[in-house]
Design a protein around this ligand. Structure first.
Ligand code: GLU
Ligand code: ZN
Length: 298
């Protein structure tokens, strides 16, 4: 049994980098006779662009992606994130934090892979009473190790590499790390194929799965497309939206980027022929074990 998914954040239209993640997860699901689900990660309301979710659905349709079942929208699921938070609270794994970013920067003495490490102030001291509360999970001496199908063995010491991380922000928004774990479990996801920009998040997600008694899916992190300056293609680096006029060409470029060596003659075929080729020839083992890859190097 295989259930995969694609989980775009509707902060803008899909660009070539998002197409790569969509193609990789879709081909891997279809090659394995699995289902492929779609989830809109519109959790961060301030970052969600108006109309972007609709645009993404139209783009995916233009490329002839066929997802199974209805689209899951994170913006509708606060109740479930709250349930998970309560379960962690009952296990005394989380604690309220009222520190401002400045207070953390001024008091932290250690750096991890995502910047300063939260020094545990609110775990040791009573919290300020008039301040808005965020919820953090204790990471204690947790060490997480997993085998990524593309990147190989990954291990992370949560408390020295990341520190106690936020599950619910002081402004009331649930954190991506919690939502993704709750939703992957709710959708029964068995295989996660996504961009390697999320590789450092995976140990946090595995830790949450363990604490919430969810099974850990298989992971495969594919290289992320970057421009000549080495920046990840994104709205911030002004990646152009995927144009839907030349879908076969973009699909072939994505397959090529993923190490699948599509034959040159495919360029003259329509997208359904390209997809047929992709489903039958897809090999995860051919995907380069790199975290980033320049577009024109592919
Ligand atoms: N929504 C995330 C993104 O677009 C992807 C989350 C995931 O695949 O786990 O970067
Ligand atoms: Zn604090």
């Amino acid at each position: 049994m295989y259930i995969g998914r694609f989980a775009p954040s509707p902060t803008g239209p899909l660009h070539f980098g998002s197409l790569v993640a969509a193609v990789a997860s879709y081909c891997d699901a279809r090659k394995n006779g699995g289902r492929w689900l779609l989830r809109m990660e519109d959790l961060d309301k301030p970052r969600t662009a108006k109309g972007a979710a609709e645009t993404i659905l139209r783009q995916l349709e233009a490329f002839a992606f066929e997802w199974d079942g209805p689209v899951l929208y994170q913006s509708m699921r606060d109740r479930f994130y709250n349930e998970a938070l309560e379960a962690l609270k009952a296990k005394q794994l989380i604690y309220p934090c009222t520190c401002t970013r400045k207070e953390i920067n001024d008091s932290s003495t250690s750096f991890g892979i995502e910047g300063v490490i939260y020094p545990g102030t609110c775990l040791q001291n009573p919290i300020k009473h008039d301040a808005a509360i965020a919820w953090r999970i204790r990471t204690d001496a947790v060490n997480i190790r997993f085998q990524d199908a593309v990147q190989g063995e990954v291990s992370q010491s949560l408390n020295t590499d990341i520190g106690d991380f936020i599950l619910k922000r002081a402004d009331g928004l649930f954190a991506y790390q919690l939502a993704v774990v709750v939703d992957d479990a709710a959708q029964g996801i068995t295989h996660i194929v996504r961009g390697a920009d999320l590789l450092d998040s995976t140990p946090r997600q595995i830790y949450l799965q363990q604490m919430l008694n969810f099974t850990t899916p298989c992971y495969a992190h594919v290289p992320v497309a970057c421009n000549n300056a080495g920046e990840k293609l994104s709205k911030q680096t002004l990646a152009s939206p995927l144009d839907i006029a030349n879908t076969s060409l973009h699909l072939i470029r994505a397959l090529d980027f993923l190490g699948q060596t599509p034959p040159a003659a495919l360029i003259h075929e329509d997208k359904s022929t390209v997809w047929q080729w992709a489903f039958s020839h897809w090999q995860l083992s051919k995907v380069p074990a790199l975290k980033t890859l320049k577009l024109d190097a592919a």
